[in-house]
Design a protein around this ligand. Structure first.
Ligand SMILES: Nc1ncnc2c1ncn2[C@@H]1O[C@H](COP(=O)(O)OP(=O)(O)O)[C@@H](O)[C@H]1O
Ligand SMILES: [Mg+2]
Length: 582
C-alpha cells in the first residue's frame, strides 16, 4: 500500500469524491423504498381516511427529487471513480516502466521479458479495475447493507430476525469460496506470463523460426501454454460462478420466508401491505449488496495477485547504482583500463567463478585484443568496464579510479561499446547513429560512418541516411548492421572503445580498413577488441588469451607465439583452415 501512495496522492480528491457521491445514490435508493411503502399504506390503503390524490402527488414529487439526486450522485460517483483509477494506473505504469529502465542487467535477468510485459500491461489493468470497483462499491455495498438492515429493523423487528440467520451463513460460504479463489488467481497470472514470454520470444525471432521450419513445433508450444492458461482461468472462474447461485438461492429462500411470515402479520393486522413490500425490497437489497461485496472480494483477490506482481517490480532493489559513488563529477580523460585480481560470476549461488583472477592493463592509445574459445569469458570480461555487471572480487579501474566511484553517466559516456548481440532501433539510420551523440553535425555523422566503413553502403541506399530501419534493424545485412553499430559507438568519441566480436560478419579486407581508421580517428583512445579471427588482433599492441575464465597469456603476437601454447593452438588451427579454403 505504501508504495502506491505516491501514485494516489495527486488524485486524492477524486479518490474521495467518487465514494462520497456514490453514497448519495445509496441514501436515495434506501429512502425511496420507505416513501414507496408509506405511499402504498397511507395513500392507497387509507384513501378513506383522507389521504387522497394530492398526497400521492406530493410523495411522487418527493420521489422524483430523490431520483434526480441519485442520478447525479451515481453519474458523478462513477465519473470520479474512473478518473481516479485511470489516472492512478497511468502514473503507476509510468513508475514501473521507469523502474525497469533503472534495472541492472542482473535485475533484468531475474525477470523474463514476457513477465515484465505482463506486469506492465495486464497486471496494472487488473489493479486499475480493482481501484475503480473499490471506489464505486466501497461505500455503496456496505451502505446498502447497513442502510437496508436499519430500515428492515425499523419496519418490523421480528421479521428482521431472518437476517440473523441468513447473513452469517452466507458470509461463511463466501469466505470459504474466496479462500480457494485467491491462489487460483495467482496461478492464472503466472500462466499468462508463460504465454506472453512465449509470444515475445516467438515474434522477436520469427525469422529464425521460419528458417528452421519450426512453426509447427512453436504452434504446439503455444497451444500448450494457451490450454494451460485456459484451464487455470476456468479453475478460478468456477469459484466466481459458484457464488452467484449460492447467493440467489439464499435470496429466494429468504424472500419466501419473509413473505410467508410477513403475510401472516398482514392478515392479523400487525403489518401493512406497503410495509411488507418495502421490507421485501430491503431484504433483496441486503442480499444483493452481500453478493456485490463477494464479487468485490473476488475481484480484489484477483487484483491482489496482480498487485503483488507489480509491487515486486517496484520493490526490486537495483543492485547496481551510483548513489554511493565518491567521484561523481569525474569524467574519463585518458581511458586507461586496469583489472586487478578480478573475479566474477553471474549468480551468487554458483560455486565457481566465470572469471578467475584477471589482471591486466590497457593503456591509452593501445589496441588490446582478446581472444579465446567461446564461453571462455570474453564478453563477461569487457562488460565489467562500463559496469553492465559488477565484479565479485578485485577491482576494475579506469584512469586509476574504481569504476564504482564514477557516476554511471560519466563512466558510460567515456566508454563506447559494441555488444556482441547488438541491435538497432526502428527509426532512420541517422537517428540511430545519433544515439552516440545527439548534437553531432552531419559532417561528424558522416565521418564516423566513413571510419566504420558504413558510409559507402548507406549513401548507396535511395534514402541514404534518411532510410528507415525496421525494428531491430531487420532491413540491413548482418555486416552492415555491425558497421552501423560501430559508427554509433565511434560518434561518442569514446576514450575507451570496446568491440565485442563486432566485425564477425564483415569481410577481412573491410575489417582491416576499419582497424586502420581507428588508428587515426581514435589515436589516443584505448581500443579493446574481442575477435574470433587471429587476423583481427595480430597487429595489436597486446593480446590477452582467455581460457576457461583465466588469463592464459598476455603479450604481442610474436611473444605469444613463443610463450603461449593456447595461442599457438588457435593460430595453427586457423592457419590450417585457411589452407583448406585456399
Ligand atoms: N547473462 C548471463 N547469465 C548467466 N551466465 C552467463 C550469462 N552470459 C554468459 N554466461 C556464461 O558465462 C560464461 C562466459 O560467457 P561469455 O563471457 O559470453 O563467453 P565468450 O564471450 O568468451 O564466448 C559462459 O559459460 C556462459 O554460459
Ligand atoms: Mg562473447
Amino acid at each position: 500500500m505504501k508504495i502506491y501512495w505516491k501514485y494516489i496522492k495527486p488524485y486524492l480528491p477524486f479518490f474521495i469524491l467518487g465514494p462520497v457521491l456514490m453514497l448519495t445514490e445509496v441514501a436515495g435508493e434506501i429512502v425511496l423504498q420507505k416513501i414507496m411503502g408509506t405511499m402504498i399504506d397511507s395513500g392507497i390503503g387509507d384513501a378513506a381516511a383522507g389521504f387522497g390524490v394530492e398526497y400521492i402527488i406530493s410523495r411522487a414529487a418527493m420521489m422524483i427529487g430523490f431520483i434526480a439526486l441519485m442520478i447525479i450522485g451515481g453519474i458523478g460517483g462513477h465519473y470520479f471513480a474512473i478518473k481516479a483509477s485511470v489516472s492512478f494506473s497511468a502514473d503507476l505504469r509510468q513508475g514501473v516502466f521507469e523502474k525497469v529502465q533503472k534495472f541492472s542487467f542482473k535485475n533484468i535477468d531475474s525477470f523474463s521479458t514476457g513477465s515484465l510485459v505482463t506486469r506492465l500491461t495486464n497486471d496494472i489493468t487488473q489493479v486499475q479495475n480493482m481501484v475503480r470497483m473499490l471506489l464505486i462499491m466501497a461505500m455503496r455495498s456496505p451502505g446498502m447493507l447497513i442502510g437496508g438492515i436499519i430500515m428492515a429493523c425499523s419496519i418490523n423487528r421480528r421479521l428482521a430476525l431472518v437476517l440473523v440467520v441468513i447473513i452469517p451463513l452466507l458470509a461463511i460460504v463466501i469466505a470459504a469460496l474466496l479462500r480457494t479463489a485467491f491462489p487460483r488467481f495467482g496461478v492464472m497470472q503466472k500462466k499468462l506470463d508463460n504465454l506472453n514470454s512465449g509470444v515475445q520470444e516467438n515474434i522477436t525471432n520469427v525469422r529464425v523460426i521460419k528458417s528452421f521450419v519450426r512453426q509447427k513445433f512453436e504452434t504446439e508450444k503455444f497451444s500448450a501454454a494457451n490450454d494451460d492458461l485456459m484451464n487455470s482461468t476456468l479453475r478460478a472462474m468456477k469459484i466466481v460462478v459458484t457464488t452467484m447461485p449460492v447467493v440467489t438461492l439464499a435470496m429466494n429462500v429468504t424472500t419466501l420466508v419473509v413473505v410467508w411470515t410477513g403475510g401472516g402479520f398482514v392478515v392479523n393486522g400487525s403489518m401493512g401491505v406497503g410495509e411488507l413490500t418495502a421490507f421485501t425490497t430491503y431484504i433483496t437489497q441486503i442480499l444483493m449488496s452481500l453478493m456485490m461485496v463477494s464479487t468485490l472480494f473476488l475481484q480484489l483477490s484477483r487484483a491482489l495477485a496482480s498487485s503483488a506482481r507489480v509491487s515486486e517490480v517496484l520493490k526490486t532493489e537495483v543492485d547496481l547504482t551510483d548513489e554511493n559513488s565518491s567521484a561523481k563529477d569525474k569524467i574519463i580523460t585518458e581511458g586507461r583500463v586496469e583489472f586487478k585480481n578480478v573475479y566474477f560470476k553471474y549468480y551468487e549461488k554458483r560455486k565457481d567463478y566465470i572469471l578467475n583472477n584477471i589482471s591486466f592493463t590497457a593503456n591509452p592509445g593501445e589496441v588490446v585484443g582478446i581472444i579465446g574459445t567461446t564461453g571462455s569469458g570474453k564478453s563477461s570480461l569487457v562488460q565489467l568496464i562500463p559496469r553492465l555487471y559488477d565484479v565479485n572480487r578485485g577491482e576494475v579501474l579506469v584512469d586509476g579510479v574504481n569504476v564504482k566511484d564514477y557516476s554511471l553517466r560519466h563512466l558510460r559516456d567515456g566508454v563506447g561499446m559494441v555488444l556482441q548481440k547488438n541491435v538497432l532501433f526502428s527509426g532512420s539510420i541517422e537517428e540511430n547513429l545519433r544515439w552516440g551523440d545527439e548534437n553531432a553535425s552531419t559532417e561528424e555523422i558522416r565521418a564516423a560512418a566513413e571510419a566504420a566503413q558504413a558510409d559507402g553502403f548507406v549513401t548507396a541506399f535511395t534514402d541514404g541516411y534518411e532510410m528507415e530501419l525496421g525494428q531491430g534493424g531487420v532491413n540491413v545485412s548482418g555486416g552492415q548492421k555491425q558497421r552501423l553499430c560501430i559508427a554509433r559507438a565511434l560518434l561518442k568519441k569514446p576514450k575507451i572503445l570496446i568491440l565485442d566480436d563486432s566485425t564477425s560478419a564483415v569481410d577481412t579486407a573491410t575489417e582491416a580498413r576499419i582497424r586502420q581508421a581507428f588508428s587515426t580517428s581514435l589515436k589516443d583512445s584505448t581500443k579493446i577488441i574481442i575477435a574470433q579471427r587471429i587476423s583481427s588482433v595480430i597487429e595489436a599492441d597486446k593480446i590477452i588469451v582467455l581460457e576457461d575464465g583465466a588469463v592464459a597469456g598476455i603479450g604481442n603476437h610474436k611473444a605469444l607465439m613463443q610463450s603461449c601454447a593456447e595461442y599457438r593452438d588457435i593460430y595453427y588451427s586457423q592457419m590450417d583452415k585457411e589452407k583448406e579454403v585456399s
